[in-house]
Write a new protein. Structure first.
Length: 421
């Protein structure tokens, strides 16, 4: 605990290691997640484009399905595809799987670091559902597993024989889940869960269907048996599903930075429209790569949907008429002898942007939907305030509200006192 007369000391001398470590752990997980996602999505897009662009030529080897010539990086590449397998298996075979696994693992780590550890603030909205942290975490993890079970069951049913029928039923399920998530979690967490719900389906496709099927084919070849073509057909179907789900997942990854997407009463409708928009964009690219024309109508539909999303985002914001409820540690921070001074500083330096109705010119929504316009809200966000405006000078941006070094030191002292560091 910091004595009152020490609050003007240099900030770095009394920095709590756990808070800084946790922030950097979150950053490292996010960085890893972005890097691996780029690798996975890049390879996925490339192979779908390659597959759709294959040509049949008289010079194709026996059993080859098609070929493609490409130029890149000063060299030429000649690629041939076999639907089942070539007559012989080369010694070196490159597998594309770790990009997918690493993306999901890093994303799940980020879910734990941000939403499970910070469940009080980021996962649970007690105005929506007042449940203990462990209950919210159990609902989160259970729903993620449920998504894969439902999807995989559909794929293996008669519906799975119809690509359009399967995608239609999957769209209904995804829309229903978007609504259900908004009845369980914060708007921000609901959007994020739509991303991991979908990404889990995609990674499970790789880990439980695509790679095992390819492994069976390789094993048959090594044993001198002719592989069954059904394994390649199933793997291709799942790969195509992943291709159409990719763009919505990217949107949900980014959505936590944009409260216009997640902090409105129609956020679940926005989520469902994003699936339509993403599928349409992929349809245009896939049609071009397959040399099946240029469906210009797609872009008219995409723009129309985007306008609809923007209009829906202007609907009443979630929580506008609700007083924030204190989280499990808010009372400790509010009991601090420094709290009144901190609350006054935050109200004078931060609340013009971080409010239900921001008064700062050009700011329509509170950044990340973080409201600091009440004492309870300030106490709820003690850690974030300390990291953003105490230990660092990230907030206010460019110090536009001219927060003083003394106020920053006061915020640090208040946070350390409340956290017992």
């Amino acid at each position: 605990m910091c004595p009152h007369n020490d609050i003007r000391q240099p900030l770095r001398d009394d920095m709590p290691d756990y808070a800084i470590f946790w922030e950097w752990l979150s950053f490292a997980a996010r960085w890893t997640h972005v890097i691996t996602a780029i690798a996975w999505i890049g390879s996925s897009f490339y192979f779908i484009a390659l597959d759709l662009g294959l040509r049949k030529t008289p010079s194709l080897p026996k059993l080859a399905h098609g070929e493609e010539w490409q130029v890149h990086g000063g060299g030429f590449y000649h690629i041939q595809k076999y639907l089942v397998a070539p007559e012989f298996l080369p010694e070196h075979l490159t597998w594309f799987k770790w990009e997918s696994y690493a993306t999901w693992l890093s994303g799940f780590c980020l879910l734990i670091i941000v939403y499970y550890v910070g469940a009080d603030l980021y996962l649970i909205d007690r105005h929506v559902l007042d449940i203990p942290n462990w209950g919210a975490i159990a609902l989160s993890a259970g729903s993620i597993v449920l998504g894969w079970v439902l999807y995989d069951t559909l794929c293996k049913s008669k519906i799975g024989n119809s690509t359009f029928g399967l995608m239609l039923v999957l769209f209904v399920i995804l829309t229903a889940m978007a609504w259900i998530y908004t009845q369980l979690f914060t708007g921000r967490a609901a959007m994020l869960h739509m991303g991991i719900f979908t990404a889990t389906i995609m990674t499970a496709n790789v880990a439980l269907i695509i790679i095992p099927n390819q492994t069976i084919v390789v094993r048959d070849l090594k044993a001198g048996r002719v592989p069954d073509a059904k394994y390649g057909k199933i793997a291709k179907q799942r790969s195509l599903h992943n291709n159409y789900l990719t763009l919505p997942v990217i949107f949900f990854m980014l959505s936590s930075h944009y409260p216009l997407a997640f902090a409105t009463e129609w956020n679940w409708v926005i989520a469902s429209l994003i699936f339509l928009e993403g599928a349409l964009i992929r349809h245009w690219f896939n049609s071009k790569h397959a040399r099946k024309g240029n469906p210009h109508w797609v872009w008219l539909a995409v723009v129309t949907i985007f306008i609809a999303i923007a209009w829906l985002s202007s609907a009443p914001k979630l929580g506008d008429a609700k007083e924030p409820l204190p989280n499990s540690t808010a009372a400790v921070y509010m009991a601090s002898p420094h709290f009144t001074e901190v609350a006054n500083a935050v109200a004078g330096r931060c609340s013009m942007c971080h409010a239900a109705t921001p008064s700062w010119d050009g700011v329509y929504e509170a950044p990340k939907n973080v409201h600091l316009d009440s004492e309870v809200a300030i106490a709820n966000h003690a850690r974030e305030i300390a990291l953003q405006a105490g230990y660092s000078h990230a907030m206010p941006p460019g110090n536009v509200t001219e927060i003083t070094p003394e106020e920053r030191a006061l915020i640090v002292a208040w946070f350390r006192e409340g956290s017992g560091k």
